[in-house]
Design a protein around this ligand. Structure first.
Ligand SMILES: [Cu+2]
Length: 232
């Protein structure tokens, strides 16, 4: 078997792909494990692990079914005296949930959730489609959540569960699926904490889009013009 030599560039690419295309990264890693030179491969594995820790932080779990990123089970935000409530949100994602909302393709069984400030929230995210979907929350304190983000990804028909703890502020957080066009086509939601802020725009079933698509129907005009010119 031909052995592929790893360069720094390859390792960097591998590290980056863990964030975006982790499935490819896993496939690559498995391929890299095949060669028999154990000492050499061990070295590469260590380098790769270091790189992914540096890129993604410590709170990351990943397997073939998907991942949970920036999970926080027991680190209470500094502005919270204690956990206010333990809440589990069971959330379903899939094409079928877009049906009530014309113009959307993807959806969630609910697009708005309410929890208390300082709540410990466990999200049980079930993807009912064969493609990837994500439940990505933005705006969390960055000293606890790198990039202010908590993220679950479910790769195909599977359930992924992850936990995070909210700070004390009353706020309305953006939740979306970051896969190309999924948010624009319906996978946009909000997590309302306490009194929240203003509802976000373009939440299916809740708020109007900021820039609505219009689908003018020219057929009726064309038909009447045709009729007046050719029949009457
Ligand atoms: Cu999606």
């Amino acid at each position: 078997m031909k052995h592929k030599k790893l360069t720094t560039g390859t390792l960097v690419a591998l590290g980056l792909s863990i964030q975006s295309l982790y499935a490819v990264a896993i496939a690559e890693t498995e391929k890299l494990s095949e060669p028999k030179e154990h000492s050499h491969m061990h070295h590469n594995h260590k380098a790769n692990n270091k790189l992914s820790e540096g890129t993604c932080g410590s709170g990351m779990r990943m397997d073939m079914d998907g991942m949970v990123m920036h999970e926080n089970i027991d680190n209470i935000p500094k502005d919270c005296a204690e956990i206010s409530e333990e809440i589990t949100l069971e959330i379903k994602a899939g094409v079928k949930y877009s049906e009530p909302y014309p113009g959307t393709v993807f959806g969630l069984d609910s697009h708005s959730w309410h929890v208390k400030p300082c709540a410990r929230v466990t999200v049980k995210f079930t993807n009912e489609d064969e493609i990837r979907h994500q439940w990505m929350l933005h705006g969390l304190p960055r000293y606890l959540y790198p990039g202010g983000m908590f993220h679950i990804e479910a790769n195909g028909e599977t359930t992924k569960t992850g936990t995070f703890i909210l700070p004390s502020s009353h706020y309305t957080y953006l939740v979306h699926c970051d896969i190309a066009q999924h948010m624009e086509k319906g996978m946009k939601a909000q997590l309302v904490v306490g009194k929240g802020r203003k509802d976000l725009s373009s939440i299916p079933g809740l708020t109007e889009p900021k820039f609505a698509d219009t689908f003018p129907n020219k057929t009726s005009t064309a038909v009447s013009t045709f009729r007046s010119e050719n029949i009457e």
